[in-house]
Design a protein around this ligand. Structure first.
Ligand SMILES: [Mn+2]
Length: 209
């Protein structure tokens, strides 16, 4: 049976990404949904993006937009996102690419292709969450990459189990209707990168430790 794998919030931690991918060893019928926040904080944002693009040679890949990609892509047109990018780890991304301009010069096609959410069967994958009570097609882009407690502290009434990252916890958080897989990779030195694996109707976690 093929596996569905979700990975979120890598934040430039190339070695932790490789450790998780080596443990998972995905095969060609498997699907990895990368849930955003590839860049910032860790030292190897460019290598992380190269690696996740390269994974298309091994399995199906889906790439979602995270809040850090959103801020980076709006940093030159909006002073608020400029502040967020440069004060929440964007300096290490610019360093990894050689300059801020190089980020879009080198990986612009990739960043411009990112989706806000992806549905597979009964699962909906998204970076941060949804505004509860608003239909999926009417969700605001900023909510989908930035929302926190207003989403995860409440039951949503969508027919999907929502898999998300964005808000970091010590361990994966499991609710009846949602799972958060951000375990602080890139933010805390010893925090692992955690993947959710869905296989034969079972859900389990694989981390980089
Ligand atoms: Mn993040």
């Amino acid at each position: 049976m093929s596996k569905i794998i979700a990975i979120s919030d890598i934040h430039g931690e190339y070695d932790k990404l490789c450790a998780v991918l080596n443990k998972l060893s995905p095969e060609k019928n498997d699907t990895i949904v990368f849930c955003g926040d590839y860049i910032d904080r860790g030292k190897k944002s460019k290598e992380v993006v190269d690696k996740i693009i390269d994974m298309q040679n091994y399995c199906n890949c889906v790439y979602l937009k995270g809040s850090h990609e959103y801020a980076m892509m709006h940093a030159n047109s909006d002073s608020y996102y400029h502040y967020l990018f440069w004060n929440y780890g964007g300096d290490s991304t610019a360093e990894s690419y050689g300059s801020f301009e190089n980020i879009m010069k080198i990986h612009g096609d990739f960043f411009n292709s990112l989706k806000y959410y992806h549905i597979i069967g009964n699962y909906l994958f998204i970076h941060a969450g949804i505004k509860i009570g608003v239909p999926l097609e009417e969700q605001d882009e900023v909510d989908m990459v930035y929302i926190r407690q207003a989403f995860y502290n409440h039951k949503h009434n969508m027919k999907y189990k929502i898999i998300f990252g964005h808000t970091e916890f010590d361990t994966p958080q499991i609710w009846d209707d949602k799972i958060c897989i951000d375990t602080g990779c890139g933010k805390y030195k010893n925090a692992p990168l955690t993947a959710l694996v869905i296989e034969n109707g079972e859900e389990y976690f694989v981390n980089s430790l």
